[in-house]
Design a binder for this molecule. Sequence first.
Ligand code: FMN
Length: 202
Amino acid sequence: MEPVNATIIYYSATGTVHALAQAAAEGAEKAGARVRLRKVAELAPPEAISANPAWGQHLQDTADIAGASLDDLAWADAVLFGTPTRFGNLASQLKAFIDTTGGLWREGKLADKVYTAFTASSTAHGGQEATLLALGNVFYHWGGIIVPPGYTDPVQFQTGNPYGTSHVAGDGPPDDVVLQAARYQARRAVDTAAALKAGRVA
Ligand SMILES: Cc1cc2nc3c(=O)[nH]c(=O)nc-3n(C[C@H](O)[C@H](O)[C@H](O)COP(=O)(O)O)c2cc1C
């Protein structure tokens, strides 16, 4: 059987969600998927970016990562979305990309794929679940198959977020446990997509 195609589409201003996205890419590759790691376009004005040195630095550091396209969605059997929590919601940069998918949606090309999401916030109660559930609204509209990590692996009892991998950026960069959770979430998405693919072939 053809391997699963997995696309990871993320936005990150200062690198936290990028680190989770990279871990997810590792997990998906290790699970046997062909992987595309894609960032969405930065839309913030230069004056906002230059007000935060970490933001400008991250933009430079990730200049070589390809931008997300509609083909990256159409190609995928499993799609993982990553976004910082912004006022308890997804970042507008990611939403702007999602809002270009009307054509694919109309053609039914976003349905029946596996979807899952991860996030970061500054504080522990800053709205991580709200952000992941907000992305879930999009997946419902697309007719997606939502595959959350739940408590299906021991690492989930350490990170404690069944909705999707999440990190409290205010505590510092993602540690080994949260990176492991991101790898696990990707593996679970790829394994589920592989089972669906095999079932459809049969
Ligand atoms: C406009 C804005 C809104 C934010 N809203 C929240 C929020 O609601 N809750 C929270 O805990 N952190 C909030 N944050 C902090 C971000 O979630 C945090 O900086 C981000 O997760 C770091 O991810 P990144 O390094 O990938 O950009 C906000 C940050 C910005 C700039």
